[in-house]
Design a protein around this ligand. Structure first.
Ligand SMILES: Cc1cc2nc3c(=O)[nH]c(=O)nc-3n(C[C@H](O)[C@H](O)[C@H](O)COP(=O)(O)OP(=O)(O)OC[C@H]3O[C@@H](n4cnc5c(N)ncnc54)[C@H](O)[C@@H]3O)c2cc1C
Length: 473
């Protein structure tokens, strides 16, 4: 690490963005385009936050969160990034399910799901259409207390197999459960159903590289290895940040760090009204994740298994079991050579939802033993579908909630930020501390690649009007 990461920065910025997750990068890019003086400070050596990748010897490269997102990414990337990035977003070929209740492949869109619900699950057309229409009609202001579980039960009474089908991909897509508000399910599910699931061709490294290029073209200053310890206030308003122990003056701050970390540590609860502090303390974090990364030797391959393969050994859908350390449910993301055209390489990433406390409390030895067990059980599960896979692998390693927390400084390795109540708290920050915003995974609907990019856009516009209103600040 070079000594002075902050060498050459300006004396003052219009905006400092703390963190380079997709929300932070997008917010910074738009403000840079608007001519604002922007500085991104990222504690890690790589940009992207959870949208990241890592390389290993013998030519392996693994993506952490490049599994799938809705078609809306094309529009968002076109508008708020550029055509080059948007043009590399392509639909995946197929999603497979295998569990004791059902087994098939789908394109995961409304047309195919209507067919599947009618033919395989014997649901009448009107009921299926009614379900899709209701799911699509939900919006942010609709929270009447109905949970996703209640909504699914109303639409398909007594049909746990149907609930399983509808819920499992969404639980993987944003960590939500049957107890979360129905509107969060309706919005995210309908986003996917409009046109299916998409992926960025070329890998996360290419996408983040293209984003960095545009940020630099738009005049945004970027510093890595730059850990922000504090947001500084003067007269109750944002006046700067302290980064790597050094004060930096700015008129506004956008924190892409975890919501609770932003309020409790970066700003400090003493700067908020007591009732706001209480509501922030009550915000629940989303669950975390474990992953097993498996790289095939150069020249080895495996037969098509779907791009995303949802497997479970349970004969019913169960939100609690989905996160348990005794894994019953795994999603295999299969990467074929066309993920990174020209690479010729195959890899598989297995993801399971996980609870922070199941891993955080383990001793060092127990942690290593649990990690080894996770890897071995994952290979055994995969051998059911690819019996000769073990001999083809030459790189295997695992990440746990602690890994995600270490690299992105997120509280408790929360993969998708906070539960629904986090959105109101995040949006309320500028009313409490003028000049201060939060942009990043919150409220279930503002998480995932698309959700966070869109939240970054919303916040950039608010920051811009604040700066215009406070020209003399
Ligand atoms: C295993 C896994 C699989 C996923 N799969 C998918 C998927 O298939 N599709 C999808 O759409 N989404 C997926 N996601 C979720 C998605 O990646 C995230 O929701 C999204 O990338 C989060 O973006 P963000 O802007 O909220 O911030 P983050 O990615 O959390 O980034 C925050 C950044 O802030 C930095 N930071 C924090 N504190 C400080 C500080 N004090 N100083 C400086 N820098 C700081 C961090 O280092 C980090 O870079 C997945 C996530 C995980 C972990």
């Amino acid at each position: 690490m070079p000594k002075d990461q902050l060498k050459g920065i300006q004396d003052e910025y219009d905006v400092v963005v703390i963190g380079s997750g997709l929300a932070g990068l997008t917010c910074a890019n738009i403000l840079g385009r608007m001519g604002r003086r922007v500085l991104i400070l990222e504690h890690h050596y790589q940009l992207g936050g959870m949208a990241t990748w890592f390389k290993r010897k013998r030519g392996h490269i693994f993506d952490i969160s490049l599994h799938g997102f809705p078609h809306g990414m094309v529009k968002s990337c076109k508008r708020y990034w550029n055509d080059d990035i948007a043009s590399r977003i392509e639909p995946i070929r197929g999603i497979r399910f295998d569990n004791p209740q059902f087994s098939f492949e789908t394109t995961y869109d409304r047309k195919d799901f209507t067919r599947i619900l009618m033919e395989r699950f014997q649901q009448p057309k009107e009921r299926v259409e009614d379900f899709f229409d209701k799911a699509r009609s939900f919006n942010f202001y609709d929270d009447d207390g109905t949970t996703t579980g209640q909504f699914l039960e109303r639409c398909f009474p007594g049909r746990n197999d149907v609930h399983h089908l509808l819920m499992e991909p969404i639980a993987y897509a944003n960590g939500s459960t049957l107890a979360d508000p129905a509107l969060t399910f309706g919005i995210v599910f309908s986003n996917f159903m409009s046109k299916g699931v998409y992926i960025f061709k070329g890998g996360t490294d290419l996408m983040i590289g293209l984003m960095k290029k545009e940020l630099i073209e738009n005049g945004v200053d970027i510093r890595i290895y730059s850990d922000v310890q504090q947001v500084q206030l003067a007269g109750g308003k944002v006046a700067g940040v302290v980064c790597n122990g050094r004060p930096i003056k700015c008129k506004s701050v956008v924190s892409n760090a975890n919501l609770k970390v932003t309020i409790q540590h970066l700003i400090g609860e003493e700067h908020f009204a007591p009732e706001f502090v209480e509501s922030a303390r009550r915000v629940r974090l989303s669950s975390s994740s474990c992953q097993v990364y498996m790289g095939l030797k150069a020249g080895e391959s495996f037969e098509y298994l779907g791009d995303l393969f949802f497997t479970s050994t349970l004969d019913h859908f169960d939100s609690v079991a989905l996160c348990a350390k005794d894994v019953t449910s795994r999603t295999f993301s299969c990467y074929y050579p066309d993920t990174r055209p020209g690479s010729g390489r195959y890899s598989i990433v297995s993801s399971t939802n996980a609870n922070w406390e199941d891993w955080a409390t383990l001793s060092e030895d127990a942690y290593e033993a649990e990690k080894a067990k996770l890897i071995e059980e994952t290979i055994l599960a995969l051998e059911r579908y690819l019996p000769d896979i073990r001999g083809k692998l030459d790189w295997i390693e695992a990440a746990t909630p602690g890994t995600f927390s270490r690299y992105t400084k997120t509280m408790q390795g929360a993969t998708f930020g906070t539960k629904f109540e986090g959105l109101g708290v995040s949006k309320g920050i500028p009313e409490q501390v003028p000049g201060m915003w939060h942009a990043g995974s919150v409220g279930i609907i503002m998480s995932g690649w698309l959700g966070t990019i869109n939240y970054g856009v919303i916040v950039s516009n608010e920051v811009d009007s604040y700066l215009s209103r406070n020209k003399a600040v």
